[in-house]
Design a protein around this ligand. Structure first.
Ligand code: ZN
Length: 105
């Protein structure tokens, strides 16, 4: 779990708006992970430490290296892109008998 220490620190003051986590709906925060010397990579972080299984949300400490960016703005952009509405709808699953939805609905 992420707690402030010598490897992780929370960015307390910034002007970015982070979308809530799309997996669990919890609010997100901007954190930084120490890389080396005085270089810290920023990343969007879901604040949900416990889901129904007692495990932290997958987006609490993302594995994907794309989350970790040198610039805060890039980290926030990446987070919001992933948490935002999908540009393409999920493919329809014919096994569940789903009908395509008309454009104007
Ligand atoms: Zn989450």
């Amino acid at each position: 779990m992420v707690t402030p220490n010598d490897k992780f620190r929370k960015v307390e003051k910034h002007h970015f708006i982070l979308l809530p986590c799309k997996l669990c709906g919890a609010p997100a925060e901007l954190w930084q992970r120490w890389r080396w010397e005085d270089i810290w990579d920023s990343f969007g972080c879901c604040t949900n430490l416990e889901d129904v299984d007692g495990e932290a949300c997958l987006f609490h400490l993302p594995d994907d290296m794309h989350f970790y960016r040198e610039r805060k703005v890039d980290a926030v952009k990446h987070w919001n892109l992933l948490m935002g509405p999908r540009p393409d709808p999920e493919p329809l699953d014919p096994r569940r008998g789903e009908e395509p939805i008309a454009e104007n609905e």
